[in-house]
Write a protein that binds this ligand. Sequence first.
Ligand SMILES: N[C@@H](CCC(=O)N[C@@H](CS)C(=O)NCC(=O)O)C(=O)O
Length: 209
Amino acid sequence: MIDFYTWTTPNGRKVSILLEELGIDYNVHPIDITKKEQFAAHFLAIAPNNRIPAIVDNETGVSMMESGAIMQYLAEKHNRFLSTDAKTRWATLEWLNWQMGGLGPMAGQTHHFVKYNPGKSQYAEERYQSETRRLYGVLEKRLEQRDFIAGDYSIADMACWPWISRFEWQGIDLKDYKNLLRWYTTIAERPAVQKGYQVPKFVTGIPMP
Ligand SMILES: N[C@@H](CCC(=O)N[C@@H](CS)C(=O)NCC(=O)O)C(=O)O
């Protein structure tokens, strides 16, 4: 059984969607980051960077923070959503890391400045929003000739999708990106995505443009 520590944010939803897609049992431990629960000693023992998500796999004794590493671990353990074909596997990991190093951090800063602190720094708002738009453009181009980011539906899609689901917070009209919109809508229809989106609790339905 997996112990899963999470909150209602894109990084948490990446892993809850994967857990639902894998159809495995897990215990949810909500860590309310608005109440600073990420600094509790019991959580820091598992996630020393005081950020969700984190897991403890009681079957193997593996305890892990960082959503990208967790996704790779779970996909490898269950041999799903990460191709065994070398070329596709590396493309999947390449785009998973693109999300971890680019889309997630840039969109996260856009939420910080554009949604939660408008007017505090015009430079930061413009910088992060234009960078987020640039990254949307990169993904739009990637999806021009393919249904999913790398081969079949994979952890690369599951990692990017929850960040795109915050397009409204980023001041982006998803209808301006036709390939991305098709990809986003297709994934939004998956029952595991609909379930995983509501972990650890319901906040809103999946945003649709
Ligand atoms: N690189 C980390 C980022 C995790 C992260 O930023 N989590 C946010 C929620 S999406 C968090 O826990 N924030 C708490 C805080 O800022 O103190 C990962 O992908 O797991």
